[in-house]
Design a binder for this molecule. Sequence first.
Ligand code: ZN
Length: 161
Amino acid sequence: MMTIAKNSVVVLDYELKVDGQVVDSSAGHEPLAFIHGTGALIPGFSSALDGLKSGDKKSFVVSPEDGYGILDQEALRKYDINDFPGDVDLTPGAQLFFETEDQMEIPCFIKEVNGNEVTIDFNHPLAGKELHFNVEIREVRPATEEEKAHGHVHGAHGHHH
Ligand code: ZN
């Protein structure tokens, strides 16, 4: 039976818990389908799958360094409340998109509001967190040449085109 290696197509169900809470899961959705080893997934998740085969279940923990990164204090930036349009939700935890000079939209979060000072957090929301994964492998097969060229999976759980 084929085991997961570089350029395997992997179809799996997963659950992600952070601080004891389920924050993401394929339950009730399509399973996750991807080409292994293309760098599309966080490194700690990808490396934990090496050598698994269809039917295998695995629980593992990914450290922040191998997940969404450690918390960067320099990614906390302060702005004046008057710099925000009146209709922006400034509740701590609310997500905003910060537009850069070259029109890129960067997701960020309200950290806190202190008088006229608004602290915005540009860290990924899961930065600094240990990620607790449960996975169940549904399918492992070699990627076709076309899938490798496109960089994504075709067929039942992948792209239709
Ligand atoms: Zn394609």
